[in-house]
Design a protein around this ligand. Structure first.
Ligand code: GCO
Length: 449
């Protein structure tokens, strides 16, 4: 028995063993059944924004092949599936009026999952903002928060009888920072104030939608998913501890503190050079009690203070790179246990956790119709073991969702990075299970037996 197999006893029978995906990364069918354009359609069609100019027009063609893909999940033995809803399928222009055909797709997906005994968990915002809303300022505009709450309420009214777990936002850090500061993601804006304002409106939209969904469906379990990455100082010297603290604010506390303390970290202006908006009452609203916190974990960081004659941020990243994924992300499984344990101690109000994403891209090779992705298996095994190690230390973790079921559109990196445990041949749309798929299936079976 492997170390991980010995630890499976720690996972309760109700543990959610899942896989995760998102709408724009897998669905394709971007003009079908009345779907409106999103910011990612425009961005990916803008020259120079994605690797090889790739876009999600077809992606994994999941819109047409969902039933085959759900059969794969059944074969895999997962108990849960995390999907996201494409807002512009439901409201092609962001609000009024609702597109019945778009909703019909998710209705079918949910019913198919349930008929296979797979429980859906839905993310409402995985980055595909209706383009029409961007034209009115997008997340920079406070009104978008209210519009999002209306959309959330529509979704819960339509599917809440069958879907009980809802995630408002996926990785607001990416929306705010990559979308509005570095400009690497849609809508491609590069402005510190806009970024900090967008973050605030996303947080507000999270809270307003949580309240609206609860009022509509009292048994809905609601959370938000953050991408979190713990930070280690190079050594315990005061200057390096301070650097680690700043990086922690940037990576994690920018969103954690408002959600679970009702305030922004005081170091935020040191990082961005601007202040978050001050709107009376917002912080109390943002601190809504939640049923769970979704955590996406991929890597951690080791940092040092910048040279003395420089600004305190950005800090110097000295994370060892001896073991990295195809993304260049250092593999640090113990960072996951550290993160989970630290969160538990640092935020007294924090709800139970669900690992809503964890996984790795590697350069897969197809040999005789097989993919022997041993590095991915090792990555997954080490990280699931890290989850078990946090559980031993008393952390309440309700699920683990592997990113991702199949290779898909990796945003600005196009199709160049493969995160799936199922290989996708993008010319034929053929799916081939990788060794990691068989490994995960075996693990889930053991855990549930
Ligand atoms: C994210 C998203 C996913 C990514 C995955 C790998 O974390 O960026 O939630 O859509 O594909 O994380 O980068």
């Amino acid at each position: 028995m492997t170390n991980l197999e010995k630890k499976l006893i720690l996972f309760p029978p109700t543990f959610q063993w899942g896989v995760a995906s998102s709408a724009y990364q897998v669905e394709g069918a971007v003009t079908e059944d009345g779907r409106g354009p999103s910011i990612w359609d425009l961005f990916s069609h803008t020259p120079g924004k994605t690797v090889l100019g790739e876009n999600g027009n077809i992606a994994c063609d999941h819109y047409h092949r969902y039933s085959e893909d759900i059969s794969l999940m059944k074969n895999l033995g997962v108990t849960h599936y995390r999907l996201s809803v494409s807002w512009p399928r439901i409201f092609p222009t962001g609000r009024q009026k609702m597109n019945v055909k778009g909703l019909g797709f998710y209705d079918r997906v949910v019913d198919t999952l349930l008929s296979h005994n797979i429980t859906p968990i839905i993310t409402l915002y995985h980055w595909d903002l209706p383009l029409a809303l961007q034209e009115q300022g997008g997340w920079q505009n406070r009104d978008t928060a209210y519009t999002f709450a209306d959309y959330a309420e529509t979704m819960v009214s339509a599917l809440g009888d069958r879907v009980k777990q809802w995630i408002t936002h996926n990785e607001p850090w990416c929306t705010a920072y990559l979308g509005h500061f570095s400009g690497e993601h849609a809508p491609g804006i590069k402005n510190a104030q806009v970024s900090v304002d967008a973050a605030h409106h996303v947080l507000l939209s999270h809270a307003l939608s949580t309240m609206a969904m609860r009022a509509t469906q009292s048994d809905a379990k609601i959370g938000i998913t953050l991408n979190l990455s713990p930070v280690y100082p190079k050594d315990p010297s005061q200057e390096n501890q301070k650097a680690a603290r700043l990086q922690d604010v940037f990576n994690n506390r920018w969103f954690l503190d408002p959600l679970f303390k009702g305030e922004y970290p005081e170091e935020l202006p040191t990082i961005f050079g601007v202040n978050p908006p001050e709107n009376a009452g917002d912080m109390e609203i943002i601190r809504q009690p939640l049923d769970f916190l979704g955590i996406n974990y991929y890597s951690a960081q080791v940092v040092a203070a910048p040279p003395r004659d420089q600004e305190p941020w950005p800090v110097v990243n000295i994370t060892p790179k001896d073991r990295v994924t195809a993304m260049g992300w250092p593999v640090i499984p113990e960072g996951l246990s550290k993160l989970l344990v630290d969160l538990y101690t640092q935020y007294p109000e924090i709800p139970p956790f669900i690992i809503t994403e964890n996984g790795a891209a590697y350069e897969d090779v197809v040999e005789d119709g097989k993919i022997h992705d041993t590095e991915r298996i090792l990555y997954l095994s080490d990280h699931i073991e890290a989850v078990a190690d946090a559980m031993v230390q008393g952390v309440n973790i309700q699920g683990y969702y592997l990113w991702s079921l199949m290779d898909n559109f990796e945003w600005a990196l196009g199709y160049s990075k493969r995160f799936g445990i199922v290989h996708v041949n993008y010319s034929t749309q053929e799916r081939i299970v990788k060794d990691s798929f068989l490994w995960y299936r075996h693990l889930i079976r053991k855990a549930l037996s």
